[in-house]
Ligand binder design. Structure first.
Ligand SMILES: Nc1nc2c(ncn2[C@@H]2O[C@H](COP(=O)(O)OP(=O)(O)OP(=O)(O)O)[C@@H](O)[C@H]2O)c(=O)[nH]1
Length: 558
């Protein structure tokens, strides 16, 4: 039987006086011809009608509006229908169903606690039994939020389909946005970077705001509290804008690049927050609505302008701009269609959500990318603090720190510990003959040999220039000597082969000392260094050390 109950025409009237009209007065006005005929816009793309469900829009106003629907039931029987008459945020919607001189009255809207007529994501709905022949529905709507009245008269099966579609769309939207926000929150937990936190709050406040205006909050969470319903959406709208600005300041480095603008933004955010808090606490609904809509529009413009002027200064600012433009475009279409400045359609109404999803995706990608760069820099800095970039051996600083610790342990456990200092022979000649580049290759080559020769607990570090130090825990001088001898031999038997296929024999001199006689780092180092000097003096390619019993003599020569 669907389709055989039709709305034949729609008339509307905007009250002029602050005091509301009664139904009788409205009927009189209609009879006098004060009502206007509503002509829904039409636009079809192929089979699809963009303005499938006519919607009347009156913007934000403090006076009531009347709508009259003329119905015709051609089925010859009473038909059950569901009438959707307005968005979930409307404060009060009175419905008068008139047939054969009898009037039935219903009241819905979010101004009334636990209102059963409010269906989240769908609107304010009424179940009507439509009498055979002609009948009328009269609606009176009063709200300080935008008065947007999509009108649908649906059979019960159609209504069910509409509901499923609406819940599915909302589920999808929340799913995507919450997943993106959760991902950034995890990144924030790990990397502690503000970009990720502000992103989470920016997207999170949008979800809360959306939960408010779609009516889920009122239907599911605070049905007894119309005050929360009336103010939460507007409050979170401003909060969403503020987190957007905080995110932008951090991402576009506004404080560093435009200090004066940054100070202005701080003030702007403070004013935004104070104003909406005051309006909310004072429960001035009209002012809150005007402030919230104005503030979010101005904020989006500020974000667009700031990203425009940041393009030359900040990497990825152009993507930030693209993201904000997506959201701005969506928000504009939704605002214009809810405020009645452009024809209302479902697509238009959902544009803000589509825009925000696009924005959230783009922002998630650029934030993750930014965090990757920051993390890489952090890893590099950490690496450079510990390692020598050329040879990838520990650097001098790391070596000193580790040695101090190991010396304390050796002393505590009365364990032996040896230190060797290795210096390449005539290294200057390699640089001079083959170039600095080959000198570097030689250093790397020797470092690789030493890494390979070192035992798991040995510590090999580049002390500086062509000097490499080795700390050998739990190693007596004689064992250390054997190891150093092997190392010296390996080095001189492993010539460096250059890119030109030239083979360069490299030799090294090594000085060795043990903690048995030199218990502190400086003494140990100086002793090893003295032995190195001796090795050089005695002709190079040698390992030199002092026997503990005969300090100063040099019995072991390679
Ligand atoms: N290619 C290269 N050369 C370096 C690096 N660090 C230091 N040098 C060079 O190493 C050379 C060390 O020269 P010297 O101290 O005179 O010692 P040497 O030529 O090895 O002679 P002996 O130590 O007496 O055998 C200098 O020419 C430095 O410029 C480096 O990282 N890369």
């Amino acid at each position: 039987a669907s389709g055989q109950v039709v709305i034949t025409n729609i008339h509307y009237y905007q009250e002029q006086a602050a005091s509301p009209l009664s139904l009788t007065q409205a009927l009189q006005r209609f009879a006098q011809g004060d009502f206007s005929l509503f002509e829904p816009p039409t636009l079809t793309v192929g089979q699809l009608s963009l303005f499938e469900h006519p919607a009347l829009t009156f913007g934000i106003r403090d006076r009531g509006v009347w709508v009259r629907l003329a119905l015709e039931n051609q089925t010859g029987a009473i038909q059950a229908r569901r009438l959707t008459a307005g968005m979930t945020w409307l404060e009060q919607v009175d419905v008068f169903y008139i047939s054969s001189g009898r009037t039935q009255t219903y009241t819905g809207g979010d101004g009334l606690a636990a209102n059963e007529h409010l269906l989240p994501a769908v609107g304010i709905v009424f179940a009507l039994d439509i009498a055979d022949g002609q009948s009328e529905v009269w609606l009176r709507v009063q709200s300080l939020d935008p008065i947007t009245l999509p009108i649908r008269l649906e059979s019960l099966e159609q209504a069910q389909q509409t509901d499923s579609k609406a819940h599915l769309t909302s589920g999808l939207l929340y799913g995507i946005l919450l997943a993106l926000a959760a991902f950034q929150l995890v990144l924030y937990r790990i990397l502690k970077h503000r970009n990720a936190l502000f992103y989470t709050l920016y997207v999170g406040t949008f979800v809360v705001m959306n939960f408010g205006y779609t009516g889920y909050g009122f239907a599911w969470i605070y049905p007894q509290n119309p005050v929360i319903q009336n103010y939460s959406t507007l409050f979170f709208m401003v909060l969403h804008a503020i987190f957007g600005l905080l995110f932008m300041r951090s991402f576009l480095k506004v404080r560093k690049n435009f200090p004066r603008l940054d100070r202005g933004l701080k003030l702007y955010m403070l004013v935004g927050l104070l104003a909406i808090t005051t309006c909310t606490l004072a429960q001035t609904h009209l002012l809150s609505a005007l402030w919230a809509f104005g503030y979010i529009t101005l904020t989006t413009l500020i974000m667009i302008l700031t990203s425009l002027i940041s393009i030359t200064k900040v990497k990825d600012a152009r993507y930030f701009l693209l993201a904000v433009c997506c959201s701005m475009a969506g928000l504009c279409v939704t605002s214009l269609s809810t405020l009645g400045l452009m024809p209302y359609s479902q697509l238009g109404y959902h544009s803000a959500e589509i825009g925000v999803v696009c924005e959230a995706f783009i922002l998630a990608i650029i934030v993750t990318n930014r965090l990757k760069v920051i993390e890489n820099e952090r890893i590099t800095t950490k690496f450079l603090a510990t390692y020598d970039p050329l040879t990838k051996l520990f650097n001098r600083h790391a070596f000193e720190q580790m040695t101090t610790k190991l010396l304390q342990q050796a002393e505590h456990y009365h364990a032996p510990l040896s230190m060797a200092i290795l210096d390449l022979d005539h290294f200057k000649a390699i640089n001079d003959n083959y170039g600095h580049h080959v000198g570097d290759m030689a250093l790397k080559h020797i470092a690789d040999i030493m890494k390979h020769a070192a035992r798991p607990n040995d510590i090999v570090a580049r002390w500086g220039g062509e000097e490499i130090v080795v700390l050998m825990p739990n190693t007596r001088l004689t064992d250390a000597h054997t190891l150093c001898e092997e190392l010296r031999e390996t080095i001189c038997n492993s010539p460096l082969v250059t890119a030109d296929d030239e083979s360069i024999v490299i030799t090294a001199s090594i000085g060795l000392a043990s903690t048995k006689d030199y218990p502190t780092f400086s003494l140990l180092f100086r002793a090893a260094d003295e032995q190195l000097y001796l090795a050089k003096k005695l002709g190079r390619n040698l390992v030199k050390f002092v026997l503990p019993s005969k300090r100063g003599s040099d019995l072991n020569e390679a």
